[in-house]
Design a protein around this ligand. Structure first.
Ligand code: HEC
Ligand code: HEC
Length: 318
């Protein structure tokens, strides 16, 4: 997954420190000299070393690993940027771009964001700004439906990890074409960001779940969409967008703790709905919610997300 050919690239440097530490710890069992110790001792030391390695790896995730878990998990970039086949995203063409939506307001084409796309010519800072603020290096604004209202919350550290991961994925030659917008695009998606942007500490807390929900742009789909962006005032989480596609029409329902929303589900049912796209009665749910990506969340992250959903006061459908 980490592209070795690029490891001398200066852009990789911030990650090198963590990666080296994990690699050193993992190498420990190899440096034990078997004749010097009894079998039992070797076995014990090996187990101890493996435990240390496992916990070191869990803590000292490299930026590329963190970026992969975000892009291929909660952030689900491929839900828009990867060509779709009958069985979902075509992973051999991962992130190489596709037509996302064609309607009266726009023909939105998500560009190739592998190293074969034009982002290869952008600096890491330029790419980071494009993802978090929706502004390209030439100053132009990236149009909908990329969920910039939600992405503004991503921390500097996680954003750098996403950039590091995008630089490491295989280059896929593809040109999906250019979007056209019949609606005026906003000059920006908000005032200039105040940095540093930090994330709450990772853990099974509603606060971290709220951060994950922003990265997963849950409430862009599950709140009413207005020409100015999602209604996160009165309409917040009370059901939102309708999606038309080969599946017919799907509607993102109310996610508040009202009987119109999630009140009737147990926590376990909710986690299964989000991570498998299957309702408690076994019915498969419709696109475009990225169940396949959300299914890769760790148990702790899923618990945080459910805790967050439980913290949203109940409001009826609008
Ligand atoms: C809901 C769909 C959607 C999701 C999710 C999404 N994007 Fe996009 N993205 C788009 C569309 C559509 C465009 C092009 C809009 C335009 O042409 O103005 C775009 C543009 C971009 C661009 C500008 C590229 C260029 O060459 O101009 C970058 C970079 C980008 N996306 C990265 C990401 C990353 C990284 C993620 C995940 C963290 C992501 N996107 C998630 C739809 C999406
Ligand atoms: C791209 C749009 C989109 C995104 C992003 C999205 N959802 Fe959904 N969601 C939907 C749609 C559409 C449905 C309805 C599917 C159906 O009826 O088959 C749905 C259904 C659900 C349901 C079932 C609710 C019920 O009453 O049965 C839950 C729970 C849910 N989403 C939670 C989430 C969470 C949590 C996130 C973020 C981590 C999220 N969604 C992100 C579009 C989205």
């Amino acid at each position: 997954m980490t592209d070795v050919r690029r490891s001398s690239d200066p852009r990789r440097r911030p990650g090198a420190r963590h990666g080296d530490t994990a690699a050193r710890v993992q190498a420990m069992p190899l440096t034990l000299s078997p004749p010097a110790a009894s079998r039992g001792l070797i076995a014990t030391l090996t187990v101890v070393a493996a435990l240390i390695a496992a916990s070191a790896t869990a803590r000292a995730e490299t930026p590329v690993e963190r970026g992969e878990s975000l892009v291929q998990g909660i952030m689900a970039c491929g839900n828009c940027h990867t060509p779709m086949g009958p069985d979902g995203p075509v992973m051999s063409q991962d992130l190489s771009g596709r037509l996302v939506d064609k309607n009266d307001m726009f023909t939105a084409i998500a560009p190739n964001i592998t190293p074969a796309g034009r982002i290869a010519e952008w600096s890491d800072a330029e790419l980071a700004r494009a993802i978090r603020e929706g502004i390209r290096p030439d100053g132009s604004v990236i149009g909908p439906p990329m969920p910039f209202a939600a992405y503004r919350d991503i921390s500097d550290e996680d954003l750098a990890a996403v950039v590091a991961y995008l630089r490491s994925v295989p280059a896929v030659e593809a040109d999906p074409g250019q979007s056209t917008y019949a609606i005026p695009l906003p000059p920006a998606y908000g005032p200039p960001l105040e940095t540093p942007v930090t994330a709450p500490p990772a853990g099974a807390t509603a606060e971290y779940g709220r951060y994950l929900a922003a990265l997963g742009h849950c409430m862009e789909c599950h709140s009413p969409m207005t020409p100015q962006g999602p209604d996160w005032g009165e309409g917040f989480a009370r059901g939102g967008m309708e999606f038309h596609g080969p599946w017919g029409v799907s509607h993102a329902p109310n996610l508040t703790n009202h009987e119109d929303g999630l009140a009737g589900y147990s926590d376990a049912e909710l986690a299964a709905i989000i991570g498998t796209g299957t309702r408690p009665d076994g019915a498969r749910m419709l696109p475009p919610m990225p169940y396949g990506y959300f299914g890769r969340l760790s148990d702790q992250d899923m618990e945080a997300l459910v805790l967050y959903l439980r913290s949203i006061p109940g409001k009826p459908d609008l």
